[in-house]
Design a protein around this ligand. Structure first.
Ligand code: ZN
Length: 311
């Protein structure tokens, strides 16, 4: 009896392995969202959505204004222009059908987020954490995946946490305030920022396709996941709670590696880095260097206590 059971579990295991080795062609069959040759001519935002694109953009604009009022957006023209140019290059190689903006927030917390209607914000900690242009682009590409697939409003629709379809534009300010408090780390149910695992996974999959299409090495996304994971291990609290709601890193890395192999045709050359990236990154360090006079004033207002040493 025991022997029989053993045999059947081995058979099962073989079955799984065979499925795991299915060729790329069958993985692509019938799902244009997985085919990078279809970028731009497929609809990745399909799904129930209470918001028209106009309403989504109006809502995003209000939320973005609120974020910009409360967070410190880096206005240095060289950094801002570089980030936007990097982003717009990805936009041209994506499925997005509306204008997208990219701004950098001065913050040492590792975070990036996408508001409805294509307003993408990246904390400066992301640029510092990245090691080359492709890695920085991988974060923008993932966020762009959320924007293109309209995850924010589809999620809000799905969860029906806040039925904005009944709320006039004039009261968006209150909702924007709530969103900003959420971004600041205060817990509140905010459908716009807590994407489901399926949406996160889809943004990863779209992100590597956009990265590849724009000529970057898609493996940079895996390198960046590993960097985030190791930072989280060494410096608990350095990675924003919102950023940590992304799928478990080990699982995410494994899936992304598999997607790169199965979905993306090999290119003979990839862009990994540029001297401009290096210049912009050094400039960021220069701009955000604490001033001598700030030294005494830099007493942390919030201290975190950890009972477990995660190192
Ligand atoms: Zn995400």
């Amino acid at each position: 009896m025991k022997g029989v059971r053993k045999t059947s579990s081995i058979a099962c295991l073989i079955g799984l392995i065979v499925i795991g080795l299915m060729p790329a062609a069958s993985a692509l069959a019938g799902d244009s969202r997985k085919d990078p040759n279809e970028i731009g001519s497929r609809n990745v935002s399909k799904g129930v959505n209470l918001y028209s694109i106009e309403r989504e953009m109006a809502l995003g604009k209000q939320l973005a204004l609120e974020v910009e009022k409360q967070a410190k957006v880096i206005e240095d023209p060289i950094i801002a222009e570089y980030l936007n140019r990097l982003g717009q290059n990805l936009v041209r190689h994506s499925d997005v059908t509306f204008p997208v903006s990219f701004k950098m927030i001065e913050s040492e917390e590792i975070n990036a987020f996408t508001l409805p209607g294509g307003f993408i914000f990246v904390n400066s900690a992301i640029l510092k954490l990245s090691d080359n242009e492709a890695e920085l682009a991988s974060v923008l590409a993932h966020e762009l995946g959320h924007a293109a697939a309209r995850h924010a409003t589809r999620q809000a629709t799905r969860e029906q946490v806040i039925n904005l379809s009944a709320i006039p534009l004039s009261v968006f300010g209150g909702i924007a305030g709530l969103a900003v408090r959420q971004l600041a780390g205060i817990t509140a149910p905010m459908a716009f920022f807590h994407f489901s695992r399926a949406f996160e996974s889809e943004a990863d999959q779209l992100g590597i396709q956009y990265l590849w299409k724009a000529g970057y090495d898609p493996n940079a996304s895996v390198d960046m996941f590993e960097r985030v994971e190791s930072t989280e291990r060494k410096r608990p609290g350095a990675v924003s709670k919102l950023f940590r709601t992304h799928p478990q890193t080990a699982e995410r890395i494994e899936k992304t590696q598999k997607d790169i192999e199965q979905l993306l045709p090999q290119r003979s050359e990839y862009t990994v880095n540029t001297s401009e990236y290096e210049d912009v990154r050094s400039r960021l360090y220069e701009i955000t260097k604490p001033k001598v006079s700030d030294k005494d004033a830099s007493v942390p207002t919030l201290s975190r206590h950890y009972s477990v040493d995660r190192d």
